[in-house]
Write a protein that binds this ligand. Structure first.
Ligand SMILES: Nc1ncnc2c1ncn2[C@@H]1O[C@H](COP(=O)(O)OP(=O)(O)OP(=O)(O)O)[C@@H](O)[C@H]1O
Length: 254
């Protein structure tokens, strides 16, 4: 963008992120810009939730938040769990009333949203009686119902099939200008997102546009993955597997 200085929504400049004394991501530098759709990758324990938690803390009320373990109340119906996305917007009395007798307008809004998420007909069903994929969609519905400009999701499409995952990401995109989503589907990261952040060994080893990356580069984020492929690749393919130190950190920032 010539002659124009873009201001990031949030920037980390050599900061240590972690939990109390336990530093998970030392000396982290990165920036998130409005309008970007970022896939956050890294194997289990790499620090994805830690980074998302810090983004959430810094971005505050701009954020629609979809946590990894959903945070749903199993005894309550789908409607009530989705409604929780806007709990802070109503008085305690209204929220109590809604628990007993759903507010007409909210019921209509939540029903329309649930229809889009293929949860039609489940509005009164306790969440504890749903499948894993259905619960995941309720958690996404609750985040969408918050109606915020920025979506932060901690593996929000982990329990659904690839087709559904794409459909859910499209629904998230349609309602949010900016998103950061932790996921493990590397192909989706390349095809659906603008930017990829890749964490490995406490470092941000990939910060690049998705269209500048290869699947092999993303695979290198998962050193513990079982790659016992029965049909080994041809010899020369080994050259396409990058050394992690050569990964395109901070490559291609617009
Ligand atoms: N509340 C906490 N207090 C102390 N350490 C924590 C806490 N939460 C996470 N950790 C540690 O921080 C490190 C990174 O964890 P984090 O949950 O951010 O990884 P992740 O990439 O999201 O993993 P996963 O894919 O398994 O969810 C791990 O070593 C973990 O044990």
């Amino acid at each position: 963008m010539e002659g124009e200085q873009r201001r990031p929504l949030v920037r980390f400049d050599g900061e240590d992120l972690g939990h109390g004394e336990h530093i998970v991501l030392p000396h982290l530098s990165l920036a998130l810009y409005a309008g970007e759709r970022v896939a956050l990758l890294g194997q289990s324990g790499a620090g994805k939730s830690t980074l998302l938690g810090e983004l959430r803390a810094r971005l505050g009320r701009q954020v629609a938040w979809c946590p990894q373990h959903h945070g749903l109340v199993p005894q309550l119906a789908v409607y009530h769990n989705v409604f929780m996305g806007r709990l802070p917007e109503h008085s305690a009395l209204t929220n109590l009333w809604n628990l007993v007798r759903p507010l007409r307008r909210s019921w209509r809004e939540v029903t329309a949203l649930c229809d889009e998420l293929a949860l039609a007909g489940l509005m009164r069903r306790p969440v504890g009686e749903l499948s894993g994929g259905q619960r995941q969609r309720v958690a996404i519905a609750r985040a969408l119902y918050q109606a915020r400009p920025l979506f932060l999701g901690d593996e929000p499409v982990a329990s659904v099939d690839p087709h559904q995952a794409l459909r859910l990401l499209e629904l998230i995109d349609a309602r949010h200008v900016t998103s950061v989503i932790a996921l493990h589907q590397r192909e989706l990261a390349l095809t659906h997102f603008d930017r990829v952040w890749g964490l490995r060994d406490g470092r941000l080893v990939i910060d690049a546009r998705a269209d500048q990356l290869t699947l092999a580069e993303l695979d290198a984020l998962y050193p513990d993955a079982d790659r016992s492929d029965p049909s080994p690749p041809p010899d020369d393919s080994a050259e396409t597997l990058p050394n992690v130190d050569a990964l395109p950190c901070a490559r291609g920032r617009p």
